[in-house]
Design a protein around this ligand. Sequence first.
Ligand code: ADP
Length: 360
Amino acid sequence: MARLELDSVTKRFGEGDGSVLAVDDVDIDVADGEFLVLVGPSGCGKSTTLRMVAGLESITDGEIRLDGERMNEQGPAERDIAMVFQSYALYPHMTVRQNMRFGLEESTDLDEAEMDRRVDETAALLDITELLDRKPGALSGGQRQRVALGRAIVREPKAFLMDEPLSNLDAKLRSQMRTELQQLQADLDTTTVYVTHDQTEAMTMGDRIAILDAGELQQVATPLEAYHRPANRFVAGFIGEPSMNFIECDIDGDALVRESFHYPLSAEAADAVAGAANVTLGIRPEDVSVSVDSRGNSDGDDADTDSHSFAATVDVVEPMGDENVVHLSLADGPKLVATVDGLRRIEDGADVVVVIPENA
Ligand code: ADP
């Protein structure tokens, strides 16, 4: 049982002008048994945050607590936390059994029989019993990943920290391991912080996700909340694949306007933007519908200004199997991405009408 709290945690590398503020005043409260995914672009401070929790990096400011107890001054071995690395970090000269036991020998004073019992139990859980006598060199990437997990699980720690643990696996195995790992975490009910730069991984695995950008926490929310109610434009653009479209517009009365574009707002939306000079309209690709322009007019002037449809040209269509990702240009320049059913035939270069529903 463990609640993990990061309270105004800050990390600065170096001093003075050349110093780097890698993590800036981050507050995250991970509930007991929760699977929290820390996600953000490369260099945003994810690993540094995780390493501070693990005790591998000192904390410049703020406090980290496990079950209410301050951990700042504890070394890595004193913290009842197990970390799983991207590189697996297995000892090549030891068998799988020895690799799994090693952590126990280091961090506990269990007797031999109890250590063996735990290793056997964990190996069975991960379906690696038949690998126990092999060395890491004789294992596939997926098997090594299981052993690395096994070494963390066998310790029965209060919390798991995982730093991009699936990134060395091929795409198919990665998606299989995602599901497996999530199931395993739910069964073990151990508080987990999982770091990834991959928003799909974050969306599919996390009970909640914490989104970082440039060392600053942007939002902590369930995946659905982050998707439907992003706290800011960064989150809106980062979460979702393909990314959300952003169109810069002026405001004219209760409509958003551009040269080719007249988008009437609902009363509620008009109130929300009242007083602003310009606004960015954010639209998810799946909310944009595309119809081939049956009126045969390609000059872009015939978009129906009373509804929410606009003339556009198809730049390129990327077939993804179950869907097509359609890259479009509106008549006066802005780019727009739409996802449509994979069976629909839309030609590159076609003149089309796009419909952006009210309140998209
Ligand atoms: P992420 O894991 O999100 O890719 P990191 O936590 O590794 O990001 O890095 C965050 C920032 O801190 C980056 O600007 C990185 O260059 C910097 N940084 C990380 N480790 C060190 C270090 N040991 N010394 C100086 N700067 C570092």
